[in-house]
Design a protein around this ligand. Sequence first.
Ligand code: ATP
Length: 562
Amino acid sequence: MPSRILIIDDEESVRFTFRNLLEDEGYHADTADDFDSALELIREQSYDLIISDIFLGGKTGVDILREIRTTDTGPHFVFMTGQPHMETALEAVRLGAFDYLPKPFKSDTLLRVARMALQHKQAIEEKERYRSHLEGIFRSVNDAIITLDPELRIMELNDAAHNLCGLGDASRGALLTEAPNGCGRVCIPLVQEVLNSREPAVHFRIGCSRTGCSAKVVTVTITPLLGRQREFQGTVLVVRDDTRMAEIEKERVEVTSFHRLVGKTQPMQHLYRMVEGLSDLPTTVLISGESGTGKELVAHALHHEGVRRDRPFVRVNCAALSENLLESELFGHVKGAFTGAVTDRTGRFQAANGGTIFLDEIGDITPTLQVRLLRVLQEKEFERVGDTRTVKVDVRVIAATNQDLREKVRQGAFREDLYYRLKVVYLTLPTLRQRKEDLPLLVEHFVAKFNRELKRSVVGVTKEVMDLLTAHPWPGNVRELEHVIEHAFVVAAGETIGLKDLPAELAVRSGGSGARSRHGRDDVVWALEKAGWNKSKAARLLGVDRRTIYRKMEEYEILESF
Ligand SMILES: Nc1ncnc2c1ncn2[C@@H]1O[C@H](COP(=O)(O)OP(=O)(O)OP(=O)(O)O)[C@@H](O)[C@H]1O
């Protein structure tokens, strides 16, 4: 549809010339010769641009502007006059006129100003449309969306923020930390973390409470808010109510295994759900957990459960290689890049293109490699060693560590920006001590595995063995259990694994007479937790006396937890 222009001038020749000129350019042009007829036309039709003489008999063009200026999206005004007058020009501009043309002016000038005024109006309309669409989306989603400035002051919030977080319109401008919504404020430290790190974070299924409301389970996504020049302006906090989903999951029949992971206890069920939820996302995941808890299996499950399952899964053990070797292993090199680089070599990142790279023992990489890795995570690109050409890749990164990376960051041994880039989603695996109820299932799993591998037909373990396994603190977690069963398979002659088939170390650690000096911190914590922090009970579990427990608590600086 052509843009509609109204020309207002008391001179017939001006109206005639301008109308022809504008219609030749493809615009629709109407004319009016005085204030009243112009207003009549404006009320009947809609115009995009009004080009008006300032002086119209007793009235002025500025009076028309004043009369109809109600909305931003009304017509744009361009004034023209043969007697330029500072006062009138100023008033016209103050009322929002687009331009002011002193007569005489060339036809080119008129067309240029008309074009600019119409483009400007279109841009404003486009922006307004965009804003109202966004507002519609903002209002219609069920997730609470709250934008916060760097001081945690609430800038914008939607209706769902009212229902879920108890924040009303009056909260705009208030500090989130002080909003009187009776909220337990679990998300505030999480937002503060993103304020410090300036990296996005997702926290799945956290408990949340608000005075007068039932407890909820929510998933919180926090994203830095960046301006045009990518300057930091605050954060967007999105809170999704997952209470119903969590309830449904609780009611679901518990599964005993997932991919190659075995376990039916609650922490494992939670882990399976998390892996399911994360598998299709490109998000970087950091898996932490003690050695032997199954971090590699989780990385496999994330890959094989998701859309990248038919693409490569590439594992790199970052602790196994020196800095130079690891660099060329990860990024590849070109012939001659260093002594021994006799041919070009493709790195693991390139080999994993389209799929997943699993960076095991990430806590061990050197500062130089930390910088290079950060760039791949941020830009998805790198250069091979000795090459200047940039290689672009689409790789999902999963990293694992059994170290306390937060502590390494504090000590300055691990870059904070990389840490936050890696832990967009953070999975912590339970220790075997935390899921002892899974022991029978795991024993059964490993008995079946070694029967298959060693072509044996062992039926299981005796009750005494199971009791002993249950009493053991498992510092080496599932891997240790796997080794114990493997050892028993080698030693056992019959179909059932008995006490005599277990490694001597296990019998000793789990309460034999020589146990005293061998109990490490893990064993003592395990026993205390198992005994509900009753020292006498814990002492009995470890086969030591009560004084030894107190002594060990002091020695290992174990604080009682309630
Ligand atoms: N939940 C589980 N179900 C079955 N097997 C498991 C489970 N967790 C671990 N394992 C087994 O234990 C061994 C160690 O697992 P994995 O290598 O994944 O542990 P990890 O946490 O990556 O250890 P590390 O930190 O030492 O690298 C593997 O043989 C694995 O198959």
